[in-house]
Design a binder for this molecule. Sequence first.
Ligand code: PMP
Length: 423
Amino acid sequence: PRTAPPAVVGAGALIPLADGTRTDYANFDYAASAPCLEAVRGALDEALPLYASVHRGAGYLSQVSTAAYERARRAVARFTGVRDDDAVVFVRGTTDALNLLARALPEGCTVVVSSAEHHANLLPWQHAGSRAARVVRLPLPASPRQAVEDARAALRAAPDGPKLLCVTAASNVTGEIWPVRDLVEAAHAEGARVAVDAAQYVPHRRFDLADSGADYVAYSGHKLYAPFGAGVLAGRTDWLRDAAPYLAGGGATGNVTEDDVRWNDLPARHEAGSPNVLGAVALAAACDALTEAGQEALHEREELLLRRLRAGLAAIPGVHDLSLWEPDHPRVGIVSFVVDGVPAGLLAAALSAEHGIGVRDGLFCAHLLTRRLLPAGHDQAVRASLGLGTTEEHVDRLLSAVARIAEHGPALEYRDDAGRLVP
Ligand code: PMP
C-alpha cells in the first residue's frame, strides 16, 4: 500500500498467546468497533480540561463546550455532505438514530425494508413506539438490480401517503455495497423517501448525503475510529421537526408551564438530556482526520488488502465466503466465511488463542441474511473486517492460520463458558 493511513491507538501492542509467547494483535473486527485514531485521542486530550455542560451555563467552560459541540456538528455536517437545510442530530449510534427516525415518521407511513438489513435497520420500524402504519419486508434480492426492482414494486403497491425505504449502504455481513443511488432514484419516482444505514460504509468510503440524493443517513462514531456513545442522524427536517421529541426532558424544552410544554426546534428537540460533548468532539475529530488523510486513498489501500484476503481465502480448500451477489460486486473491507469441518466458534477461538487474530463469529445481528447465506452444514460464520490498522502481515497471518486450521484443526482444545468442550 502506498498511503500510510492515520495511526490508530494501540497499534502494535503485544498480546499473550496460548503457548506463552506474545504477538501484536491482528485486529480483524473493525466492523464491530474500530480503535480510536491518535488524532481523536489528541482532540480529547485538548477537550478534557475545558469540559463542562453544554448549552446550560454562562460560565466560561460551558461556553467553550457549547462552541466545541456546535463546531463538532458542523464538522460532521461537512463530512456527511448534508444539504444546507438538513438537520444533524447527535445520537448514541446507528441503532439510536434509526429508532429515532421510526418514532418521527408521519401519520400513515409505509416503511419498506429488506431482509438483508442489520437488526438495527430491520426491527425499529415495527417496534413499540414506531409510527409506521405498515412495514413491508422484502425478500433477499438475487442481484442489485433486483433490489431496485423489488423496492420500486413494493413502494408502488403501497397505499397513498408517506413512504420510506430503509437500506444499508454496505452490508455488515458480506461488505457488499448496495445500489443506493439507483434505489433513491426509484424511491423518489414513487414519491418515497430513503433512509441509509451507513454504519459500515462511512469507515471505508465517503458518503455524501446530498450527492447520494438520500433523505436521511445514520452512522456510529465507534465504527468510525471514535469512542462509543456518539452517532449521527442527518437529513430532512420536516418529519423530525413535526415529530414529538424522541426523549422528553431538559434541552428538548423551550418552555414548561403547569399545563403546557413548548418543545425546542431541531436539533435540540431530539437531543434531550445533557449533550455528549466529548463524544461529539471525538466523532468530529475522526471525521476531520479521515477527510485529511483522503478517503479515496484509504479506500485504495484497503482494496489491495481486501483483494489479497479474498484471493487467499478462495485458494484454501474447504473455505467458503458469504456473498449475496456476484463475487466481483464492489464491497467494503468485510469478509464472512466458513471452514468445512470447523465450527465458527472454534475457528474464532483458535485464531485468537493460537495466532493473536481477533475476528467475530456468529450471525452478526443480521440473522435473516446470514442464515440464508450459510452453506449446508454450518450454523454460524466468522467475519474478518479490515481497518486502518490492518497490515499485509495481518492478512497473511490470517490466511496461513485459516489454512492450517482448515487442514489440521485447532492445535488446542477449547471449552465454552460452561466448561464443555467446543466440538
Ligand atoms: N447497522 C449496521 C450495518 C451495523 O453493522 C451496525 C453495528 N453492528 C449497526 C447498524 C448498529 O450500530 P450501533 O451498534 O453502533 O448502534
